[in-house]
Design a protein around this ligand. Structure first.
Ligand code: FES
Length: 102
């Protein structure tokens, strides 16, 4: 059953940054876009690279391997070679904790 899991302190992910965390040994990335957090699968749907190692430009995460681009708000593919969207997860801030529903 999905529940909110504390993954980090909210202030550890500043605007423009992406943090890779693990929930139940599963890699999830949390991006801060202008103060709003977005969580999504860290693993690129193309060939398994870590998206947290890529660049975040506004709401767009760019895979460091072959430069596929995804919208962190909904996981949509913006630029190939990836064709499969990313799974996204609800995020909330509780006190100073950043929590992802997983
Ligand atoms: S692994 Fe991400 S674009 Fe190829």
């Amino acid at each position: 059953m999905a529940r909110f899991v504390t993954v980090a302190k909210a202030n550890s992910v500043q605007p423009g940054q992406v943090l890779k965390v693990e929930i139940d040994n599963f890699p999830v990335a949390v991006a801060n876009v202008g103060g709003t957090f977005h969580a999504f699968d860290d693993t690129c749907t193309h060939e398994d690279c870590s998206l947290a190692d890529g660049d975040l430009e506004q709401h767009k995460i760019i895979c460091p391997c072959h430069f596929a681009e995804f919208d962190v708000r909904n996981g949509a593919v913006l630029t190939p070679p990836a064709t499969v969207p990313l799974k996204v997860y609800p995020v909330r801030v509780q006190g100073s904790d950043l929590q992802v529903e997983f």
